[in-house]
Write a protein that binds this ligand. Structure first.
Ligand SMILES: Nc1nc2c(ncn2[C@@H]2O[C@H](COP(=O)(O)OP(=O)(O)OP(=O)(O)O)[C@@H](O)[C@H]2O)c(=O)[nH]1
Ligand SMILES: [Mg+2]
Length: 175
């Protein structure tokens, strides 16, 4: 999702990425291959990023020449919801194969986010994933949550998401 978004916003915003993982730097290598500045945080076991780790990673970027920094937190739906890393926007990805009931099991994550990306909608056919039920539950839990349905494989929905993010990021730019 980050790679697809970087490609679509490259003409509008100057961007960089901070990748958080317990180990490895494969995600940072994917971003670097796209030609964007990237810093990999390896937590060595911790299940979430914290503000100190994020601050140290930001120090490795030339912030004066950037409009938008993506921070990919550790991929779980619990701890990253509990630690504020100072991001302007919180975005979560729920993929269709994970199931539509994750909002019942991990409500905090859905309630702190600004946007929910329902990804891998190319898997919807033949699946029991119910987008309507998920959207209804999400609106009840978090009325300000923006929901985007997308497939990073087929490109479906990516333009709508790109436009929203571009608007939100541009609004934050200094005049
Ligand atoms: N079919 C399909 N596959 C996708 C889509 N988006 C991503 N994938 C694939 O799903 C796999 C996992 O993608 P990642 O981007 O590594 O997922 P992640 O959730 O960031 O994983 P972690 O960084 O390990 O937490 C990769 O093989 C992607 O190519 C999609 O919309 N549809
Ligand atoms: Mg990832």
């Amino acid at each position: 999702m980050i790679v697809q978004t970087l490609r679509r916003l490259a003409g509008e915003l100057r961007m960089a990425v901070i990748e958080g993982d317990v180990a490895a730097q494969v995600d940072a290598e994917k971003i670097a291959a796209e030609g964007f500045p990237v810093v990999q945080i390896r937590t060595g076991g911790a299940c979430h990023l914290d503000a100190a780790m994020t601050g140290a990673a930001l120090a490795g970027l030339d912030l004066g020449s950037l409009d938008l920094v993506f921070v990919e937190n550790i991929g779980n739906l619990i701890c990253p919801a509990e630690f504020d890393i100072g991001a302007d926007l919180q975005v979560m990805i729920l993929s269709v194969p994970e199931g539509d009931d994750k909002i019942l099991k991990y409500p905090l994550m859905f309630s702190i986010c600004d946007a929910l990306l329902v990804n891998k909608i190319d898997y919807l056919e033949g699946s029991d994933f119910d987008l309507e039920i998920l959207s209804r539950r999400a609106r009840e839990l978090n009325p300000r949550l923006q929901i985007f349905e997308l497939s990073c494989k087929t490109g479906s929905g990516l333009e709508t998401w790109r436009r929203w993010l571009d608007q939100r990021a541009s609004a934050k730019r200094p005049l």
